[in-house]
Design a protein around this ligand. Sequence first.
Ligand code: NDP
Ligand code: OXD
Length: 313
Amino acid sequence: MTARTGTIAFVGQSRDLPRLAALAAVRAPGWRIVDADTLGDPATVDVVVSWRPAPGSLDPFSNLKLVHSIGAGADNILEYAGLPDVHVCRIVDPDLADSMAQYVLWGALHFHRQFDAMLRDQAGKTWRRVSQRPASSCTVGIMGVGVLGAHVATLLAHAGFRVSGWSRSAKTLPNVAMYHGDAQRDAFLAQVDTLVCLLPLTPDTAGILDRTVFDALPHGATLIHCGRGAHLNATDIQSALRSGQLRGALVDVFPQEPLPATDPLWDAPNLIVTPHIAAVADDDAIVGQVLDNVRRLDAGLPLHAAVDPARGY
Ligand code: NDP
Ligand code: OXD
């Protein structure tokens, strides 16, 4: 392991950070790696590994060069008020992408094969052979066709679903009907049976899952939401579920996490709550990518999974 002079500090609002710091210290012996309890002189810190750095907490790091998110999203870093002009990276990992694709496939099958109706039937001890249709009769539409959305789209297409995608810029993906930009949003939504949100949280996408999006879907469509809680208008999804405009929803991320016991979303009709587990990066993958990026930083090489702070993702 090449020696380095700077310190890597694992600090932020996640209980995972001390554990990740300990693993990094084992994998990079000789490097100075600290957590909030062992911080020392902030001027020696050139790399911060974080999740939602507390307000003001990055300010003392006067020689910072890189802030690395421990998650796939970088919104938790970019929202820091006064973020210095440094590199920002996030986690991109094949196992994380597989997990996300499996979660969405499960949700798409749950709604398409009508397991939601069968669970309700079972609660009433009702034997009813609900209709079954081929996956090719169902269009899954994915908002956000980046690293995760593209992987999800590919798996769903292999499973036989019709798949469409909506991104910010024009792009092509085999077996996926692509739409892009605000001008094509309603045309995209109009042909979707199950809508999947895999957008990053940016000023343009905050609150995007609202009445206007739900109303643009065919009546009785379903939603799988794995982006960020702040994409979701909680009042509008409850109205859409109550009216039947949305037949069901599988929601993994919430405006407030953990979802408070008093939150009405727990009891919203036909809404399944999962506790932000759609795709969780493995410690080894996180630490491996962080250390690799630090080596790249030291060697002056382009960093892996760098985000563009101006674009917001
Ligand atoms: P990427 O940055 O690779 O992809 C983002 C996609 O969103 C791109 O296709 C981009 O378009 C599109 N996009 C961004 N802004 C807009 C916009 N205004 N209008 C239309 N499309 C837009 O992100 P990932 O796929 O790696 O991750 C997506 C998100 O998934 C993360 O930011 C995180 O919030 C969430 N996530 C959730 C997890 C969970 O467990 N629930 C786990 C991991 C991630 P373009 O291609 O044109 O740039
Ligand atoms: C992530 C997440 O961004 O867990 O990795 O949401």
